[in-house]
Write a protein that binds this ligand. Sequence first.
Ligand code: MG
Length: 400
Amino acid sequence: MSKVTIKDIRVILTAPAGINLVVVKVETSEPGLYGLGCATFTQRYLAVRSAVEDYLKPFLVGKDVDNIEDIWHSCMVNSYWRNGPVLNNAVAGIDMALWDIKGKRAGMPVYQLLGGKCREGAAVYCHADGRDVYEVEDNVRKYIEQGYRYIRCQMGGYGGRSEKLSSPENAPPGAYYDPDAYARSVPKLFEHLRSKIGFEVELLHDVHERLQPIEAVRLAKQLEPYRLFFLEDVLPPEYINWFEIIRYQSVVPLAMGELFVNPCEWTPLIVNRLIDYIRVHISAIGGITPARKLAAFCEAFGIRTAWHGPGDVSPIGHAANVHLDICCHNFGIQEWSGIDDRLMEVFPGSPIVKNGYVYPNDKPGLGVDIDEKKAAKYPCENRVTMWTLARLPDGTSVRP
Ligand code: MG
């Protein structure tokens, strides 16, 4: 095969569903051959664009597109300081685009390059919320009717919503919630759901790091009778040493990691078998190259994958998740937030869900393209992020 080099790298910003997405396009010396990657860090999308266009592009133009492993490592250390969500997302955009190019050159989908299929489709979990237990139950039933068998159940959003909050005078604005009221509400929610719906459907719950560590331990114990598929992000990355205590107190399966950006965060949880599912955000750890290694590392310890799949992942990033889901033996579950008609219009070839399973297409590479004219119809907006301004009833700012 003749040598193909990187000719240009561009960042495409678009928000078809109202969420800012960052797509990296790597153009090559071969006319018409390009790759696409997801570099979406929605809250800091302009910083990622700068990392790609101002720093990585001059470093990479002229390099051989075949050498993904070397490019990944050299990009990660070129700034000397490494890891962190801005750089990792920027590198991930390049990395996914290079895997896309490699697949196109080989005439194969990326999952074939990674070992081939372990399964035809990947089971997904969706998200049911509601103001009270009855509304959550109704929404769970709607998903069951649509063929979903794994459903994450929340009540009033992350951390719940409390009607009566007593705050000090002049308390600053923020997304207030009451962690005690929230912690008390969760076992009641699952008691209701299991008594009405039974145990045939798998139920999940996301704590979203909203509890103090000892309250997280208590909740994990209280949820045991309801046989959750997993309890998600029960503590923030800063408190990973508490996982050992939770583990020895409860057999609730634990999923962790959507905020992880550094191998030092996940390594102790894996080698000590303190979690059951690794659920990092693939672009936030640097792309397909580190994710496939992380999956293999977890396989040796009996830990399964559950890649983060929210709305702030582009359809190209969702495709990267699904290609890994299809070929990793230790796949567990895939979070699925849905791809609406506007996203489908901008990103032809996006993965689709049928009857609770998501499928990649069989096109070479990641199989998803971008229509740049249509993408331009949905410009990104640089707004101050408010939902992350979580506050306790007394006004203290806490992790969201
Ligand atoms: Mg989560």
